[in-house]
Design a protein around this ligand. Sequence first.
Ligand SMILES: [Fe+2]
Length: 296
Amino acid sequence: MANTPQRVEHQMTDKGYVPVYTTAVVEQPWASYTPTDHATWATLFARQQALLPNRASQTFLDNLSHMDMRADGIPKFDDLNPVLRRTTGWELVGVEGLLPELTFFDHLANRRFPVTWWIRKPEQLDYLSEPDLFHDLFGHVPLLMEPVFADYMQAYGQGGVRAHARGADALAQLTRLYWYTVEFGLIREPAGLRIYGSGIVSSKGESIHCLESSAPNRIGFDLRRIMQTRYRIDTYQKTYFVIDGYQQLMDATSVDFAPIYDELAANQSFPAGEVQASDNVFNRGTGEGWLDDGDV
Ligand SMILES: [Fe+2]
């Protein structure tokens, strides 16, 4: 069994110089994980578990405990899949890393969530430029147990297949929706603002920053606004968008985006940190520590 990810090449994209992996679904090479790999998982898991109560969405926390995801070592996809299939009909498939967009959308449209099988090195606990197993599994999978969010992810995949056929502008707009919801979304719950974005719940630093720092904007969810907003891939986000509930995501995504793409085609995109007059602003960021360039 291979124990190193099969990178095919690197490619320059709008997100920078990124590795390209084989697109095939692979068996999780569980026996090849080293004691260090398991210890990395356990360290990251314990760190986030201590940090996330009163910060992460209660739905995320409840599902994390219902899934019985192992804390002491890397879980087996085969142990998690029966629970996931029974709850929302999703299943995890192992992959080597980031997938081409259409392959990724096709998985989601069929309720398969691709999970990178390899885990970061101990010296990368705090930052990694591409998704690894901890991000994909700990960050994404608990919310796939939430029925409405699970439907949203499938609808997003179906929308992705349509956007891909339309071209680069539609894809860029749709990708911003994923970024600002699935990866970096906040939700308003009865107890206050909470995190549901996987990019945040899998990051110690951003779990604190997104809620407690005065630097970023926190703005109410607005589909068109998000689709026009550039984002950061190398720093904390300058703006977080806040939903009122998971149904809001599903409602916004259950329509065909074609007329919206037409409507937005002539519009400029917004810088990641700029507040617009029409925004429902929960917090106007101070902008402290922001870099001026680098929005994608
Ligand atoms: Fe992710």
